[in-house]
Design a protein around this ligand. Structure first.
Ligand code: SF4
Length: 368
């Protein structure tokens, strides 16, 4: 729980927690629905305006909770409609979120940690290491700001935990966030509209499978352990076979036993994009309840890797599909503003961006 200034954020609690508090206040538990609606559905963080609540309760809310939000530090719009927003947390750390509109849906990509400890060698966020986990209210605030402040006109239909950080390394806060995202009176996002993406923390996959109904994406990026360990050090703890077994269990669990796990595979030129890699990957995934999403790699300054050539990408795609593995290609979005997968920067880079702006307000004004 984030209790900055000794007060809990209004964005922190789910319905069950509000009911407990209302019970302590000797107030009706029915007010929990009103509170959830006011705060999350209607975007009100001013208790005095919540006129559907008794005056006494509004005063208690005013004095016991805080309504502070991360500061909008920087906003950039790409030519393809993608928008990247940098937020400054109360501790001074920066995080990022990205709005990705498309014909079929509008997706918000959010962060779960400031930085990341997992050290994937192709990832920009990894360069700065982990600063800290985000609290529930800091994760929820990203969707709240997107819906009620930044992009109220763009009906956000999907949320993906693919921003900065490893969500399963901050699972308590992510589960608390999911309870609010999925509450019909808050954001009402169904299980197919939320995707949690992981580098492959097996115990986290197991716990997520038991605790929530959401889609799962797993970053694989290599068909064998030697190469995957090179790209993703976490593979030494959770090698591919164990990880795929966890994916199968995840897919077989859940209310409708219908979950297909998405395997993310970023194509890196000369590293993991040979036909032999595609064949090995197809053999490993044969018969499993998974589909593969091929990601064109987005290089960043100082990156050791380059994207595969389009014809290499196409050959890899055809090799997998030809072997019977359902495969799609993710369209690169927001490349001109470094908003694509793996490009969300660490604190040092963000500080540099931030300090080139004369003020956050100017950054916001200049973004349109
Ligand atoms: S790819 Fe994801 S898990 Fe790996 S270092 Fe980057 S943010 Fe962390």
């Amino acid at each position: 729980m984030n209790t900055e200034s000794g007060r809990t954020s209004l964005l922190e609690w789910d319905r069950k927690r509000w009911k407990c508090w209302l019970h302590e206040q000797e107030a009706s538990p029915a007010h929990a629905t009103t509170l959830i609606q006011q705060i999350h559905r209607y975007g009100s963080l001013e208790p005095e305006r919540m006129v559907a609540l008794p005056l006494r309760l509004r005063h208690r809310l005013e004095h016991s909770f805080r309504a502070t939000l991360p500061e909008i530090a920087h906003l950039r719009h790409a030519r393809d409609g993608t928008c990247k927003c940098t937020l400054r947390l109360s501790c001074g750390q920066f995080i990022e979120m990205v709005l990705i509109p498309s014909a079929a849906r509008t997706t918000l990509c959010i962060s779960s940690q400031a930085g990341c400890a997992l050290g994937c060698t192709f990832c920009h966020t990894a360069r700065g290491g982990l600063h800290r986990n985000l609290s529930i209210d800091e994760i929820v605030a990203q969707l709240w700001l997107a819906r009620h402040r930044l992009w109220p006109e763009s009906a956000i239909s999907n949320v993906v935990f693919m921003g900065m950080g490893e969500p399963l390394a901050n699972l308590d806060a992510v589960l608390g966030t999911l309870r609010l995202f999925q509450d019909d009176h808050a954001y009402g996002l169904g299980c197919r509209r939320i995707t949690v993406s992981t580098a492959g923390l097996v115990p986290g996959i197991e716990r997520l499978g038991h605790s929530a109904e959401v889609s799962l994406a797993v970053s694989l990026h290599a068909p064998d352990d030697a190469l995957r360990t090179e790209l993703m050090p976490i593979n030494t703890r959770y090698p591919i076979e164990k990880l795929l077994q966890a994916c199968v269990r995840y897919a077989q669990r859940g209310l409708r036993r219908r979950r297909t796990v998405t395997i993310e595979y970023a194509l890196l030129a000369g590293i993991n994009d040979a036909e032999s890699h595609a064949q090995m990957l197809a053999r490993r995934l044969q018969g499993l309840p998974v589909k593969v999403n091929l990601i064109p790699f987005n290089p960043f300054p100082g990156s050791d890797y380059m994207p595969s050539a389009p014809e290499v990408h196409q050959n890899f795609f055809e090799a997998l599909n030809g072997a019977g593995v359902v495969t799609t290609t993710r369209r690169a979005r927001g490349q001109d503003i470094a908003a694509a997968c793996g490009q969300l920067a660490g604190e040092s880079v963000l500080r540099e961006v931030f300090e080139t702006q004369r003020s956050p307000l100017m950054a916001l004004q200049g973004a349109g």
